[in-house]
Design a protein around this ligand. Structure first.
Ligand SMILES: [Zn+2]
Length: 280
């Protein structure tokens, strides 16, 4: 079986412009605007497209208030319909129906917004994340937006069953596809947060979702802008697990034999590096 998809696109499906400058972005002026993005992957497989995370959707862009007053005010999502996954799928010459599978690292407001734009796709998620989103605790209520699944997605719930990948638990999904794709559960940011590993051209790309926020966190010694670090501590449902998983990822990033590239959802420098190398 061919185990490499034909193409792997790195697409930014949302932009947020926060107040806080260098304290959030690690660069620029102290009090300027800090830009963070929603890094998604679009995998071209033989049987159709697979989307890893969806960022914001069309409805979010037409009315950013549906993302919640606090989120809208603090994160200041920019209303840019052209950045949505559905518009970028069309710009690449595909139809929205070509997206057969969506894999959600988790279902937070800034990751699941595009689900309604692909109502026919199967949506793969860890079972405990779906449970959290459908039955959020008081503390979790602000992170999930029910409008993102009001259309009744075709959920596919996954659970780890003992498989291992580079020392991490893993779940192979789409076993009949030519694309080799694994869920790599990294609990902490949310109850059922997972990374997603995609094999491409003989190497693994590990989309770590919100397991970390800044590329400096994967360097040794690690660096994270202070406000971004505080936000991660405060927003995690299990911060001890998140910190432990972050350390494990840093060890993975140090391994020269692993042939794996790590990326996260919100780091604009990482997305720019991929898009520059693709000539986009
Ligand atoms: Zn996020």
């Amino acid at each position: 079986m061919n185990t490499s998809p034909r193409a792997l696109h790195h697409i930014g499906c949302g932009t947020m412009c926060l107040h806080g400058g260098r304290l959030i972005s690690g660069a620029g002026s102290l009090l300027g605007t800090a830009r963070i993005i929603c890094h998604c992957l679009l995998v071209e497989g033989a049987e159709g497209l697979v989307l890893v995370d969806t960022g914001f959707g069309l409805d979010d862009m037409r009315n950013t208030r549906q993302l919640g007053l606090i989120f809208d005010t603090l994160f200041r999502p920019q209303a840019r319909e052209a950045e949505t996954a559905i518009e970028q799928v069309r710009a690449l010459g595909f139809a929205p129906e070509d997206v057969r599978h969506i894999i959600a690292t988790h279902l937070d407001v800034d990751h699941a917004g595009g689900l309604p734009d692909f109502p026919d796709a199967q949506v793969h998620v860890l079972g405990r994340e779906l449970k959290a989103a459908m039955h959020p605790s008081w503390r979790e209520r602000q992170r999930y937006v029910a409008a993102h699944w009001a259309h009744g997605p075709d959920w596919v719930q996954h659970e780890p069953e003992g498989d291992e990948w580079l020392g991490f638990e893993s779940v192979r999904i789409l076993p009949d596809s030519d694309a080799e794709i694994l869920l790599v559960p990294l609990i902490g940011h949310t109850r059922g947060h997972t990374a997603v590993a995609v094999k491409h051209d003989g190497r693994w790309v590990l989309h770590c979702g919100d397991a970390y926020f800044h590329h400096g966190e994967m360097q040794t010694p690690a660096y994270c802008p202070p406000v971004l670090g505080a936000f991660q501590n405060l927003s995690s449902i299990d911060n001890a697990a998140r910190r432990q998983n972050s350390e494990r990822l840093r060890e993975l990033a140090r391994r020269s034999d692993a042939e794996v590239e790590l990326l996260c959802s919100h780091d604009p420098a990482t997305l720019a590096r991929y898009q520059d190398s693709a000539g986009a």
